[in-house]
Design a protein around this ligand. Structure first.
Ligand SMILES: Nc1ncnc2c1ncn2[C@@H]1O[C@H](COP(=O)(O)OP(=O)(O)OP(=O)(O)O)[C@@H](O)[C@H]1O
Ligand SMILES: [Mg+2]
Length: 644
């Protein structure tokens, strides 16, 4: 089948599906439907909440290292609708969903505005877009036919019958007919509300169906018609003054009825302009253009802005009335660099770039972004803090550093509301890529691009200095040490096995030392004293000297045996400090040869073979390609082994 034929087939299926007949009936038929499907008459918050939840709701698995390390073992809800697109945002998302949940129970929250507050590029707009997308997936709603605000058919039921109705159907009716429908009811249907036609309608962001967006307005052109519609002048000739048929109900609150009204950069607007927002929330009514009665409004009001605007707005006491009607959710940048990396991957995946991304490239960029967002701690240095925030174990002087992530968080307030944005980094990634002749980006090129961009774009001298320091020193050193290990691993044949064997030997000898027993040779069964020299060559790799060794050996032995008793598997990576010692030991064992082979300009046949094998391993096992492998090796040989 040709592509076109295939696609025509798709069009046919699509049309057939779309062709399922729209409901069209009267109140009687609607009530019958309602009896079987009471959910069709839910209010906006509930509809949205249920739609998002229907995608799935789980909690972060306890075996997930983030659960223990980042969230301190506390329960973390994961909403499937968001989890594949938003990263490191669990807590803000929980708050958004909590708002929707209580609003859907018609609590006070249903009369409040949800405000997302956060720095530029933290994902506020993206989040709201995604929420609006959920609305588009909802089943079609039932509405009065021809109603400009697509109102709920139950508004037809007169007040005097509503108590009865609530008893029979268990549904409390809110709101009354809009002026347009009221006029039609009287003049077209002679007041007989059972005759009013009812239809079905869906949500569409682009079609402005159920989604109203209010952009920030210039004070001079600010006009409430944007919110509540206007009187159509051309019709004023046709109808008497104040005739609802003159109304053009196309403001944001009109089109967003039953769905969502979004205020973009909400506090850039004048206060007067926002009064409609107050009535809409508090009274669930919006004014009608002209002199008509208020119009019932049922919708989720979402707003967003950044902190500077918020602080300015908050400081003026005349704004209290609005402040009281706002539920604020902070949307900070993520402070876990691994989550930040996922954001870049998502954004790169959306662009047309097809290039090789060398290992650690996005990590370096993400670490830079996170470091710029952290506030200084009295307990640890910035890089350590960044790693702890990423859920990593910090090894220091042969010990796992005991720093509670909670304590670090409590030291400061509002972390993640400042610093480098995702957009800034994405621009650097784009720049690094367009500068590359080999269609690739590496940690080295991304660092250069970031340095350039910091110099060009960060105006504040202090901030610029901190950023450069971070790129040129902390991250530079961090990358070098990762690289050193990686190159070593590529050098050592059967790295894992060698590491494992060092580990087993170390454990045997340390145990014998601690218990004052002998070591039994695994092959010959011969008994011998624990090999003090061997133990020390491992320990000195992480700076353990003198009597400190006693504690270290005792700790490791009891740690490992406790694990074994619990039936857990142990290996050379099980205990951070020992793992580091073993890695360092292996690095040291090939340091000379790797230096010679990578540095020398003219390699002999044996050296060249070794070099090629190393490049191959970097490609096969670590995700480099030939170009990027050569680039990092060159970088390592120039910077790591400068002269010795
Ligand atoms: N935590 C995150 N998870 C996934 N994507 C994110 C995250 N944070 C930011 N992004 C992505 O970064 C881009 C920029 O975000 P967005 O435009 O939504 O920011 P914003 O908060 O609205 O910023 P501004 O205040 O400048 O309008 C978006 O494409 C968004 O998908
Ligand atoms: Mg935005």
């Amino acid at each position: 089948m040709t592509t076109t034929n295939k696609f025509l087939e798709r069009i046919k299926i699509h049309q057939e599906k779309g062709g399922t007949k729209k409901f069209s009936g009267t109140l009687e038929q609607y009530l019958q439907l309602l009896e079987s499907y009471p959910n069709i008459a839910v209010l906006a918050h509930k509809r949205l909440h249920e739609q998002i939840i229907s995608h799935g709701l789980t909690t972060l698995d306890e075996s997930d290292h983030r659960c223990n390390k980042i969230f301190d073992g506390e329960e973390v809800k994961v909403f499937d609708y968001f989890s594949s697109q938003f990263f490191g945002m669990e807590r803000p998302l929980e708050k958004v969903m909590r708002f929707l949940r209580s609003a859907s129970m018609r609590g006070e929250e249903s009369r409040q505005v949800l405000l997302l507050l956060g720095p530029v590029g933290a994902g506020k707009s993206a989040l709201i877009e995604h929420i609006k997308g959920a609305l588009e997936q909802c089943d079609p709603i039932y509405a009065l036919d021809g109603c400009p605000i697509r109102e709920e058919p139950l508004h037809l039921i007169p007040r005097s019958l509503r108590e009865d109705f609530a008893e029979s159907y268990g549904i409390k009716i809110e709101g009354d007919l809009c002026p347009v429908c009221r006029h039609r009811l009287i003049h077209e249907f002679g007041g007989d509300y059972t005759k009013f036609p009812i239809t079905q309608s869906s949500f569409s962001v682009r079609g402005r169906k159920g989604v109203g967006v209010v952009p920030p307005m210039d004070p001079n052109t600010q006009d409430t018609s944007l919110l509540i519609g206007s009187e159509d002048i051309s019709k004023l000739d046709l109808y008497p003054e104040d005739d609802p048929r003159c109304l053009s109900l196309n403001g944001a609150f009109n089109v967003g009825n039953r769905g969502i009204v979004e205020f973009v950069e909400v506090f850039k607007n004048e206060l007067e302009f926002l009064h409609t927002m107050i009535t809409a929330t508090q009274e669930k009514n919006v004014p009608s253009p002209g002199k008509q009665a208020m119009i019932y409004f049922d919708g989720v009001i979402l707003a967003h802005c950044n902190e500077a605007e918020w602080n300015k707005f908050k400081s003026e006491h005349t704004n209290e009335a609005i402040l009281d009607r706002i539920v604020r959710v902070n949307v900070p940048y993520t402070l876990e660099f691994e989550q930040e990396v996922k954001i870049y991957k998502k954004l790169i995946g959306r662009s047309d770039f097809e290039c090789h991304i060398a290992p650690h490239t996005l990590e370096v960029a993400a670490m830079f972004a996170v470091l710029s967002r952290l506030k200084p701690s009295n307990k640890v240095d910035p890089v350590t803090k960044m790693k702890i925030y990423n859920g990593e174990e910090i090894v220091e002087k042969g010990l796992i550093k005991k720093v509670d992530i909670k304590d670090l968080r409590e030291e400061v307030e509002d972390e993640g509301m400042t610093g480098i944005s995702t957009r800034f980094v994405m621009k650097a990634i784009d720049a690094a890529l367009s500068d590359s002749t080999k269609n690739m980006i590496t940690p080295i090129s991304i660092r250069d691009a970031l340095i350039k961009q910091v110099k060009e774009q960060i105006v504040n001298a202090d901030e610029r200095k901190v950023c450069l320091q971070c790129l040129q020193k902390s991250l530079y050193e961090d990358h070098l040490s990762i690289l050193e290990k990686e190159i070593t691993k590529a050098f050592v044949t059967a790295y894992e096995e060698q590491a494992e064997s060092l580990f087993n030997n170390y454990l045997d000898h340390a145990e014998a030392y601690v218990n004052s027993t002998k070591v039994k040779d695994r092959v010959t069964n011969e008994e011998m004293e624990p090999d003090e020299k061997f133990l020390q060559t491992i320990e000195e790799q992480i700076g353990i000297k003198g009597s400190a060794k006693n504690n270290f050996r005792a700790d490791i032995t009891s740690y490992m045996f406790a694990k074994l008793r619990r039936g857990e598997v142990i290996d050379w990576k099980s205990y951070g400090p020992l793992r580091e010692a073993i890695e360092n030991k292996l690095v040291a064992s090939v340091r000379d040869i790797s230096r010679i082979v990578t540095k020398s300009k003219s390699r002999d046949v044996k050296q060249q073979k070794k070099f090629n094998a190393m490049v191959q391993t970097l490609m096969d096992n670590y995700g480099y390609n030939e170009d990027s492998a050569e680039e990092v090796i060159k970088f390592a040989s120039n910077n790591l082994w400068r002269d010795s």
